[in-house]
Design a protein. Structure first.
Length: 698
C-alpha cells in the first residue's frame, strides 16, 4: 500500500501522546482493545477521561459501539481497494508517504535547553504573570517522575519570555490523605514530595507554582452509603461532599494546611467554585437539592468555601515572618450574574479576585452581533463584566488579577501562539491603564515562550510604553534586522484576526484545532460536534449564530489576511543578512502564520462542502444549479488536498504544530495523509456516482 515501515513508539512519546492515541482510535476500537493498545487498567482510563481536562466531554460524552478488530486474510475486494489506496498515495506523494522530519515532541528537547541569549524584558509592573507549562501533562503529572514538566532550561525560557509563575492541575485527594477512604489517596506522599521538588526547582529560576483548586470533588453514591451525613446534592450517580458540613470543612482546611506546611515556597492556589468539576452543592446551580445548602444562598456557600481555603493556607504557613506567603486567587469563572456583588464583599481581604478580561465584550463580525463568553485574542478587552468585578474587589480591599490568553485561545490552539500580537499588546495596555495588578496568562494552552508573552511583560514595564514600541523591542530581540518587517506582519495578522467569526459555539464546536485533518463525508454522519474535540460534519454547531455564508466569508477573510501579510513578510526579509538563530526563528514564525491561514481556509472549504452536499441531497434543483454545485464540490476537494499536503510539509518540519498540552497532538502527518486519501476517494468514487444519480433522469 506504499506505506512506510512502522516506527517504534518510545515510552516517553506514549506518555506524552496517549490522548492523541485515544482520540484517533475512539471510533475504531472497543474499550477492551483500547486498554490493550494503551496497556492500561480500566481504572486508569476512567480517571484519564474525567481528569484530563474533561477529555470524555471532548470525545462527545459517548463511546461509539465498535466491533473488536480481528486480523484475517484479506478478501479479493479488499485487495482491490488496497491497490487503489496505493495508487492514490503514489500519485499524491511522489516523494514518498509523508513522515515527520523533525520528530514529534522535538520541541521538548529544544525548550529544555537554556535560551541562547538571556536578554530579559524589563521588569513588569504586573505580577503575578503565570500560565501553564507548554508541554506539562495534565491528569496525574506528579506520578510521572520520568516526565519533567519543568526542565531547568525551560524554566529559564519561561522567565526570558516574561513569566514569573506557572500552574499545575491537582486533585486534592491525590496529594493529601482522604480521611474517609485511604484508597483514594494511594501514593499521596509521593505526589506531594514530587510537587515540593518541582516548586523548589522553579523558585530557583524566579518561577512560582500555583495549584488549581476545584474542590472537593463529587464522589460515587456508594461512598455515601457509609457516610450519609456528608452527602450534599446528588447529580446522576454522584453526590457532593457537602462543604456546609463541619467535617468536610475540616478536611479541606487540614489538606490545604498540609500542602502549605510541607511546601512553604508554593506561590499559591487559584480557586474555581462555580464551574468545571462538580464540587460544592452550588457549583452547578443545584444547591436546592441539599438539606443544608438549600437553606443558604449560592453566594454564602461559595464565599465560605473560599474562606475555608484561606484558613487552610494561613494555618499551614510555617513562618509568620516569611517575605513570600502562598496566595489565594479567587476566580469568578462560572459565577452567574449578580454573584460577584454578593460574594466579593464576603471574601478574605488577603485574597485576590481574578476575572476573565474579555467576557461580556460586545462585538460585531460580518454584520452579526455577539458577546464574548470565552477566551479571545480576536477581541480586545477588558469587557464590562471584569471591569465591574474588579471595581467591587477594589472597594473591598482585594487585589485584582486579569485572566487572559496571551499566547493562543480555542480560536486556534494548534499553533504555539497566535501571531496577532498587536491585539495582545493593546489588551495588555488596556489592563495596565485599568490598574489591574496581576495576570493569569493562559489556561492549558498558550504557555509556549512566545513573543506574545514577551510583549505583555513589556507593556507592564512602563506606564507610557505603547503597543508599537513594545512590539518593536520584542521583534528586535528575536529577529534582528527583520524586526521592522515582522512588526508590520504582526499588525496585519492582528487586523485580519479581528474578522474571526467569534461565538462560544464556534470556538468549541468548529474544527478549529484539526483544520485540514478533519475528514469530509459523502452523507451526514449524524454526530454532534464535541468541545474542541471531534467536529464531524456538524455545520449547524460550527457556525452557531452566524449564517453559513457569513461564517465562511469571515473565515476566508482571516485566511486571506494572514496569507497576504505572510507573502509580504517573506518578500521583505528574503535578502536580509540574519544570524542562523534569527533565520530559524523567522522560519518558525512563518510556519505558525501559514498554519493559521491553512486551518481557517480549510474550515471555510469544509463548511461550503457540507452546504453544497446537503443542498444536492435535498433535490429539486435546476440542471444548471446541479452542474454548478458539482463543479464547486470537485474544486473544493482538490483545494482540500492541496491544503492537507501543505500542512503535512509544515508539520513534518515543526513538531510544535498541531500540539496543545491538554489535548496532545490534534493530528499528525498520518492524519493529514488520510485526509488526502479521503478527498481522492470522494473525487474518484463518490462524485462520479453522485453525478450519475443526479442526472439519471436528465
Amino acid at each position: 500500500m506504499e506505506l512506510p515501515p512502522i516506527q517504534p513508539v518510545s515510552a516517553d512519546q506514549l506518555k506524552r501522546s496517549y490522548l492523541t492515541l485515544i482520540r484517533r482510535n475512539w471510533h475504531l476500537l472497543p474499550r477492551e482493545q483500547l486498554l490493550t493498545l494503551l496497556d492500561w487498567t480500566d481504572e486508569k482510563l476512567t480517571f484519564t477521561l474525567q481528569e484530563d481536562d474533561f477529555f470524555y466531554i471532548k470525545l462527545g460524552s459517548i463511546k461509539p459501539e465498535c466491533h473488536p478488530i480481528k486480523f484475517t486474510e484479506a478478501p479479493t475486494e479488499t485487495k482491490v481497494r488496497e491497490k487503489q489506496l496505493a495508487r492514490w498515495i503514489r500519485e499524491e506523494f511522489s516523494g514518498g508517504f509523508p513522515t515527520h522530519q523533525e520528530p514529534l515532541f522535538q520541541f521538548v528537547k529544544d525548550l529544555s535547553k537554556p535560551p541562547e541569549k538571556m536578554t530579559l524584558p524589563a521588569s513588569s509592573g504586573m505580577s503575578p504573570r503565570f500560565g501553564y507549562a507548554y508541554f506539562a501533562l495534565f491528569g496525574d503529572p506528579l506520578l510521572e517522575p520520568g516526565i519533567d514538566p519543568y526542565p531547568e532550561g525551560y524554566l529559564e525560557q519561561m522567565a526570558t519570555a516574561g513569566m514569573d509563575g506557572t500552574w499545575m492541575h491537582i486533585v486534592l485527594s491525590k496529594i493529601t490523605p482522604f480521611p474517609w477512604d485511604q484508597a483514594l489517596s494511594e501514593q499521596w506522599e509521593q505526589r506531594l514530595e514530587n510537587l515540593g521538588k518541582l516548586v523548589k526547582k522553579a523558585r530557583q529560576h524566579g518561577i512560582g507554582i500555583y495549584l488549581y483548586l476545584n474542590e472537593p470533588r463529587f464522589l460515587p453514591l456508594a461512598f455515601f452509603d457509609k457516610n450519609p451525613e456528608l452527602k450534599g446534592v446528588t447529580i446522576g450517580q454522584q453526590a457532593a461532599l457537602c462543604t456546609s458540613h463541619p467535617q468536610v470543612q475540616q478536611y479541606l482546611t487540614d489538606s490545604i494546611a498540609l500542602i502549605v506546611n510541607r511546601i512553604p515556597e508554593l506561590a499559591g492556589f487559584f480557586s474555581i467554585t462555580a464551574s468545571e468539576n462538580y464540587t460544592n452543592c452550588w457549583s452547578h446551580g443545584k444547591g436546592d437539592g441539599c438539606p443544608r445548602c438549600s437553606k443558604r444562598s449560592p453566594a454564602e456557600v461559595i464565599a465560605e468555601l473560599n474562606g475555608i481555603y484561606m484558613t487552610g493556607i494561613q494555618r499551614g504557613i510555617v513562618s509568620k515572618n516569611a517575605t513570600s506567603k502562598p496566595q489565594l486567587i479567587v476566580w469568578d469563572w462560572g459565577w452567574k450574574t449578580g454573584f460577584a456583588e454578593e460574594i466579593i464583599p464576603r471574601l478574605p481581604k488577603e485574597a485576590a479576585l481574578m476575572s476573565v478580561s474579555e467576557w461580556e465584550l460586545p462585538i460585531e463580525r460580518g454584520g452579526i452581533k455577539n458577546v464574548v463568553g470565552e477566551y479571545s485574542i480576536s477581541s480586545i478587552g477588558p469587557g464590562p463584566r471584569a471591569s465591574r468585578h474588579w471595581a467591587i474587589a477594589r472597594q473591598n480591599g482585594l487585589k485584582t488579577i486579569a485572566k487572559i490568553q496571551a499566547g493562543n485561545t480555542w480560536e486556534i490552539a494548534a499553533v504555539p501562539y497566535i501571531p496577532a500580537i498587536e491585539n495582545v499588546a493593546t489588551h495588555a495596555k488596556n489592563l495596565r491603564n485599568a490598574g489591574v495588578e496581576g495576570l493569569m496568562l493562559g489556561w492549558t494552552l498558550g504557555g509556549y515562550p512566545s513573543p506574545n508573552l514577551e510583549v505583555v511583560a513589556e507593556m507592564g514595564s512602563s506606564s507610557t510604553i505603547e503597543p508599537l514600541e513594545a512590539m518593536q523591542k520584542v521583534a528586535k530581540r528575536r529577529f534582528g534586522l527583520a524586526a521592522r518587517a515582522v512588526t508590520e506582519a504582526w499588525r496585519q495578522f492582528s487586523r485580519a484576526f479581528t474578522e474571526f467569526p467569534y461565538h462560544v459555539g464556534v470556538v468549541y464546536n468548529a474544527p478549529l484545532q484539526v483544520g485540514p485533518a478533519n475528514l469530509l463525508w459523502p452523507e451526514p454522519t449524524g454526530y454532534k460536534a464535541s468541545m474542541v474535540g471531534l467536529a464531524y460534519d456538524d455545520l449547524k454547531s460550527w457556525q452557531s449564530s452566524y449564517p453559513t455564508d457569513v461564517f465562511i466569508n469571515q473565515l476566508e477573510k482571516v485566511a486571506t489576511g494572514f496569507t497576504q501579510a505572510l507573502k509580504i513578510l517573506k518578500k521583505e526579509t528574503s535578502a536580509l543578512r540574519l544570524t542562523n538563530p534569527q533565520k530559524q526563528m523567522l522560519a518558525g514564525e512563518c510556519r505558525v502564520a501559514e498554519t493559521v491561514a491553512i486551518h481557517y481556509g480549510s474550515i471555510a472549504l469544509q463548511a461550503r462542502f457540507i452546504q453544497l452536499r446537503d443542498q444536492l441531497a435535498a433535490g429539486d434543483l435546476p440542471k444548471i444549479d446541479r452542474e454548478e454545485k458539482l463543479a464547486a464540490l470537485e474544486n473544493i476537494l482538490k483545494k482540500e488536498i492541496q491544503l492537507a499536503k501543505q500542512m503535512v510539509l509544515l508539520q513534518a518540519q515543526d513538531s510544535r504544530l498541531g500540539f496543545e498540552a491538554s489535548n496532545h497532538y490534534f493530528y499528525v502527518c498520518n492524519d493529514l495523509a488520510e485526509k488526502v486519501i479521503n478527498c481522492r476517494d470522494l473525487l474518484d468514487n463518490w462524485l462520479p456516482d453522485l453525478k450519475k444519480a443526479l442526472f439519471k433522469n436528465g
